[in-house]
Design a protein around this ligand. Structure first.
Ligand SMILES: Cc1cc2nc3c(=O)[nH]c(=O)nc-3n(C[C@H](O)[C@H](O)[C@H](O)COP(=O)(O)OP(=O)(O)OC[C@H]3O[C@@H](n4cnc5c(N)ncnc54)[C@H](O)[C@@H]3O)c2cc1C
Length: 624
């Protein structure tokens, strides 16, 4: 086979690879996406869902930057919920259940419509490298394909090893082969590789579940969706269901512990602490009689259900016996058992913030290969690697998002300055500026930036400008317009808020925690006329205007703090510096700084074990 020379080759069409390929091609790079099986693009290896706490914010950020994950999530959604709606807006997190098969199909269709993008179904077995410069890849079938940059997004496939009870066999995912050769070659180039582990639960035949014994969990009435681009509507939703384990279920699972690869030491890789297997949960929380499980449909038309919370690598017959002791599952049949998988990852401190590797120019890593877990975490890294590989080829500075600009910035900075010792997933608690990084304002934070580099297209930019103008118009109106006691006091009474005695500006009333703008748009005639509408665009603008008014003082405080810390980010440290030269740093700090090679004083300050005193020493060393 004769191939053209590409600007960028993306290896793997998982969530990271698909976003990387889309971004690179949309930025004008001649891109080739190579993957083992083109039918399984952005396959949902685990739960059929996108978003959730902190992850929903990431999907909106990807969308605001011009990525496709939000669009695909909206088009394939079967249920939507805004999580944490009872808490402050910093915590609101969109989450949807997805039709898993449609999700892959929709990704493929979008990518096939993307200019500058070619596809090749094959397995990459090695890299072409000259000196410290990437030159392309070697594949199992196609020989050698040349390119100026390569983005590796191999997911759980690098030397993947699947475990079910005492059985274990190579595989990248159930039914798919593992990838060999890349880790071994990269180790020869001096890269460090380690092992991690993750797991997935049993899939059940819905025709054999007694749903009358489960608790139904419906979607929200108001469906917001993820993408800022498309007018979004979903006419029906599918329910999820809640079930519970019992002591009897736990006893049955315990019978299998002696065969468990987790407990008998056969699994060496570290698993995600916050997403433990059911056997881990009953061992760690031995005092708990029951654990909650979510029964999630895998699509509109399929009868396959995913049992969230029941991930296991116990022998399949033990999983099956325990399952049948759960109320509602007495006669359940399964499509496949749960399993665990161990795989190689490359500790991410070997990367620059652009996701380019420090050792080989033009080689980028994104997704699970960097020690993360989750579709959203993978997708956003893919997007950034695709953007940065393209910008570098255009001789432009990479796009590095700060911790105050995006969860994506937090994620990448955490990976590079802190490394990982277990699969990394995003939590809101990882971000310092949560009130700035809300799901509603991802477009305000990121779209202009993306437009400037040419990724966000004109239509998206114009949508954003339209929204910005509308939000300002609403805010001005709310700040200038007053309501009278006779119009509002009844509502205030219902909300247990003190009545007013003279007219008051609406914006001022909004500062009261009990009072929401949508309560008023239903009741106060002047607001009713203007803003009582089902139009999603107007409702989103109202929501953002309300948040900006209600939380103004918090937003200002976080902005000031971010500004202060940002000054440290602008102080550059020398490249490839040997910190052992600074004797006044402790030996441990010198070791850590040498390992992580922070590019700025801000990054150095976030390395665990680097103290404020060390930062002072570095500042003095830099003449500050
Ligand atoms: C069993 C299991 C359980 C999981 N459980 C969870 C969970 O509970 N929670 C959670 O958040 N996430 C979970 N995940 C992880 C989630 O699936 C990943 O985080 C996410 O899919 C990673 O995306 P990615 O793009 O990095 O890689 P993947 O989605 O794994 O995609 C990798 C792609 O690369 C291709 N590929 C690999 N090697 C090559 C090669 N050499 N040549 C060509 N193509 C190649 C593969 O075919 C695949 O298409 C689980 C994954 C598995 C497999």
């Amino acid at each position: 086979m004769i191939f053209e020379r590409y600007d960028i080759i993306v290896v793997g069409a998982g969530h990271a690879g698909c976003e990387a390929a889309a971004a690179a091609a949309n930025l004008g790079s001649k891109t080739l996406l190579i993957t083992m099986d083109l039918r399984l693009m952005a396959s949902m290896s685990c739960n059929p869902a996108m978003g959730g706490i902190a992850k929903g914010q990431i999907v909106r950020e990807i969308d605001a930057l011009g990525g496709y994950s939000g669009i695909v999530s909206d088009r394939t959604m079967i249920q939507f919920r805004m999580l944490n709606k009872s808490k402050g807006p910093a915590m609101w997190s969109p989450r949807c259940q997805s039709d898993k098969m449609l999700f892959s199909a929709e990704w493929r269709s979008l990518l096939e419509k993307t200019p500058n993008l070619d596809f090749w179904q094959d397995t990459v077995v090695g890299l072409l490298v000259e000196g410290d410069q990437i030159k392309g890849v070697k594949t199992m079938m196609g020989g050698e394909i040349e390119s100026k940059a390569v983005i590796l997004t191999n997911g759980t496939f690098l030397n993947g090893l699947i475990h079910i009870g005492e059985q274990h066999f190579p595989g990248g995912r159930m039914g798919e082969v593992a990838s060999h050769g890349i880790t071994e070659q990269l180790k020869e180039f001096g890269f460090e590789a380690k092992r991690l582990k993750t797991g997935t639960p049993v899939r059940i035949d819905g025709r054999t579940i007694d749903f009358s014994k489960l608790i139904e969990q419906k979607g929200d009435d108001e469906v917001v969706g993820f993408s800022y681009t498309e007018p979004f509507k979903i006419n029906k939703q599918r329910s999820c269901w809640i079930a519970h384990t019992s002591l009897k279920v736990h006893e049955t699972l315990r019978k299998g512990f002696k065969y468990s690869p987790m407990f008998n030491g056969r699994i060496q890789g570290v698993g995600p602490r916050y997403c433990p297997s059911i056997e881990d949960k009953i061992e760690r929380f031995a005092g708990k009689d029951s654990h909650q499980l979510f029964v999630e449909p895998e699509g509109w038309t399929t009868e396959e259900y995913y049992l969230n919370g029941f991930s296991s690598s116990l022998p399949d017959y033990i999983q099956y016996e325990a399952l049948r002791q759960i109320e509602g599952f007495e006669n359940a049949k399964i499509f496949r058992p749960g399993y665990a998988i161990e795989y190689d990852y490359f500790p991410p401190e070997q990367l620059h913030h652009s996701l380019e590797t420090r050792r080989i120019h033009g080689l980028y890593f994104a997704g699970q290969i960097n020690g993360t877990t989750g579709y959203e975490e993978a997708a956003c890294q893919g997007l950034m690697a695709g953007i940065n590989a393209s910008l570098t080829l255009r001789d432009e500075q990479p796009l590095v998002l700060s911790r105050a600009e995006a969860y994506i910035g937090v994620l990448i900075d955490d990976l590079i300055t802190k490394g990982v010792d277990e699969p990394y997933r995003m939590f809101t608690s990882r971000a310092e500026y949560r009130i700035l990084l809300r799901q509603d304002n991802a477009d305000t934070r990121l779209t202009e930036m993306s437009y400037k580099i040419g990724l966000a297209k004109e239509e998206r930019y114009q949508n954003y400008m339209k929204k910005k103008a509308k939000v300002h118009e609403i805010m001005d109106f709310l700040k200038e317009t007053s309501v009278y006691p006779e119009e509002i006091n009844r509502l205030l009474e219902e909300k247990q808020s003190a009545p007013i005695e003279q007219k008051m500006k609406i914006a001022f009333l909004l500062l009261r925690p009990q009072i929401g703008l949508f309560d008023m748009t239903n009741r106060i005639s002047i607001l009713k006329e203007r803003y009582n509408t089902e139009d999603r665009f107007i409702r989103e603008c109202l929501e953002e205007a309300e948040i900006l008014i209600k939380y103004d003082s918090y937003i200002q405080k976080e902005n000031e703090l971010a500004e202060k810390l940002n000054r440290l980010e602008n102080v550059k440290l020398p490249k490839e510096f040997d910190f052992h030269n600074i004797q006044s740093l402790s030996y441990e700090s010198r070791e850590k700084l040498n390992r992580y090679q922070p590019e700025t004083l801000g990054q150095a300050s976030r390395i665990s074990g680097i103290s404020p005193a060390d930062i002072n020493v570095l500042a003095i060393f830099l003449g500050r």
